[in-house]
Structure formats: structure tokens, C-alpha cells
Design a protein around this ligand. Structure first.
Ligand SMILES: Nc1ncnc2c1ncn2[C@@H]1O[C@H](COP(=O)(O)OP(=O)(O)OP(=O)(O)O)[C@@H](O)[C@H]1O
Length: 285
């Protein structure tokens, strides 16, 4: 299997990005970036700090208007749509932003209900409460957490509350921006397991920005690497390790990368039978 960012014709693609260019003043963040994500996969997105992972996510969900390029989600253009069309598309995906982005003046249950009320303004109050409770329990929180304010929860619980809100409308596609940042290793592993279990049970695809190597090994089907203003490769970790790109080699073959791989081996998470290749012995991108 190749590591090109564009998949073969006939693949079931849920996100298609072509020729995406983003600039802020003189700063070029993306330069003609291409990316395909398969329906049903958990796609990890990695890259050095400031390489434009969050800007890429914002471009895909229509919060950032690119200078150039085409973005299609569910085979529909997301750039330049009317407000009404954007809203309809938005109801089909859920987003967990890096900081959780919960409304501090609303209870957790009310936070979860915000997107539901937006799309179903006439929904019955009791049903709203039942849905909020169901979403809380689905993410491993006790039903009582619904009555609390975000400031009354631990960091890990807030992440789960944010995930509950992202799942409010039963999305086909979930965007997670560094979901395990700030969690202790046990909390992070728990969140990884939850992400994987929910996607397997509910059937949604996951676009997952992370710096967390353990997350990549534990739950991602493929990993997209941002460098040089583009997606330079997409593949399983063994496929990426076979490439001689310097950032990929130092990321996955550095001490943290090797520790994560050892941990994944011990946990039986290594996601491919492909052999590992030593640094510099790859086939090139
Ligand atoms: N609204 C904005 N205005 C100006 N510059 C911006 C804006 N949003 C992002 N940038 C710049 O774009 C670049 C990419 O930012 P982005 O947040 O996407 O990086 P990232 O890869 O997600 O980084 P990190 O891993 O540190 O979160 C950064 O240099 C950032 O300063």
C-alpha cells in the first residue's frame, strides 16, 4: 500500500482536500496540500508545532476560508457554502476543540444540549435531558455530572463532557484536536480506548490531531504527516517508518517513539504486520 495523501479512485472517501493553500499575511501555512480520509477510519494527524494541523481542521469544517483549494466532506464542498448549507453539513459532524470549548455558564447537560436545541428547537425538555444523560454515560461519566458546571469537573472529565457534546447529534465524523493533551497517562489511555470503542460501536470516522505517540500506536488506522506545508505521507506506522523523511524518522524513531512502540507491542496494539525499517533504510516518500 502506498503512502500518498491521495487514495485510489473507488475508495470510500469521507474527507477530500485538494490544493489547499492557507496564508496569514506573509506566512504560508499550507501550500497546495492534498489529503484523503477513508470513511470508517481513525486517521491520526501529526506534525511539528505550528505546521498547521488545527488550521487544516478548521479549513475542513469551514471555520477557516482558505486562499485556494477545494475541501469536500461527505462528497460535498464545504468552502463557500451558504449559511444554511453549512449548518446542515455541521449537523453531520462533531468537534472536540483543543481546549474543550465548553460554555462555562452552562451545566454540562446544558452544554450537550446546545447543538441538539440548535437543530431541533422544538424538542421536548424530557427527551433533551434523556439524550444528555445517555451521551454522558456513553463517554464514561456518571449521570450526575450533567448537573455540574465545567469548572467543577477534573480535566479528564471535561474532555469526556466535550466529547459527549461532540456526539450529541450522532455524527458520522468526529474531529478531535489533541484530545489527550493535559491528561495523565492513565487518563489518556482511557480516553484513547473510549475513542476507539465509540467509533467501533457507533460507526463514525475520526480525524484526530495529536502529539501523543501512544495514541497513534493504540488506536489510529493510518497517520497523516504534515511537514513542508503539505501532507508528506499517510500510512500505518510501519509504512511511515519505511520512509526516509527526516521529520518522520526523528518523530517515530526518537526515544519517545521507540518507547511508545515498545508499549504498544506489550499491549498488543501494533497495527500492522509490516516489518520495521531502521532509520535511513526506507524507500523514500
Ligand atoms: N487566525 C490566525 N491568524 C494568524 N495566524 C494564525 C491563525 N491561526 C493560526 N495561525 C498560525 O498558523 C500556524 C499554524 O497554526 P496551527 O494552530 O494550525 O498549528 P498546529 O500544527 O496545530 O500547532 P500545535 O501543534 O502547536 O497546536 C501557526 O504559525 C499559527 O501561529
Amino acid at each position: 500500500m502506498g503512502t500518498e495523501p491521495i487514495l485510489d479512485e473507488g475508495e470510500d472517501v469521507i474527507i477530500r482536500v485538494r490544493g489547499l493553500t492557507n496564508r496569514f499575511g506573509d506566512q504560508v501555512v499550507h501550500d497546495k496540500l492534498d489529503l484523503d480520509m477513508r470513511r470508517g477510519e481513525i486517521l491520526g494527524v501529526v506534525g511539528g508545532s505550528g505546521t498547521g494541523k488545527s488550521v487544516l481542521m478548521r479549513s475542513i469544517i469551514g471555520l477557516q476560508t482558505p486562499a485556494e483549494g477545494e475541501v469536500r466532506v461527505f462528497n460535498e464542498e464545504t468552502v463557500g457554502r451558504s449559511e444554511e448549507e453549512q449548518t446542515r453539513l455541521r449537523s453531520r459532524w462533531g468537534v472536540l476543540f483543543q481546549d474543550g470549548a465548553l460554555f462555562s455558564t452552562l451545566t454540562v447537560a446544558e452544554n450537550i444540549q446546545v447543538p441538539i436545541r440548535e437543530f431541533y428547537p422544538r424538542i421536548d425538555r424530557q427527551l433533551l435531558d434523556e439524550i444528555a444523560t445517555y451521551k454522558l454515560v456513553a463517554t464514561g461519566l456518571p449521570a450526575e455530572a450533567g448537573a455540574k458546571f465545567p469548572s467543577e469537573l477534573s480535566g479528564g472529565m471535561r474532555k469526556r463532557a466535550g466529547l459527549s457534546r461532540a456526539l450529541a447529534l450522532d455524527p458520522e465524523l468526529l474531529f478531535l484536536d489533541e484530545p489527550t493533551a493535559g491528561l495523565d497517562p492513565i487518563g489518556a489511555a482511557g480516553f484513547d480506548a473510549l475513542t476507539k470503542d465509540l467509533s467501533a460501536t457507533l460507526g463514525h470516522s475520526v480525524f484526530l490531531i495529536t502529539h501523543d505517540l501512544d495514541t497513534l500506536y493504540a488506536i489510529c488506522d493510518r497517520v497523516a504527516v504534515l511537514a513542508d506545508h503539505k501532507v508528506v505521507a499517510v500510512g500505518t506506522i510501519p509504512e511511515l517508518l519505511a520512509l526516509d523523511h527526516p521529520w518522520i524518522q526523528s518523530y517515530f524513531n526518537g526515544p519517545r517513539g521507540r518507547a511508545a512502540e515498545d508499549a504498544a507491542d506489550r499491549a498488543g496494539h501494533t497495527n500492522s504486520d509490516a516489518p520495521r525499517h531502521p532509520a535511513g533504510a526506507g524507500t523514500g516518500a
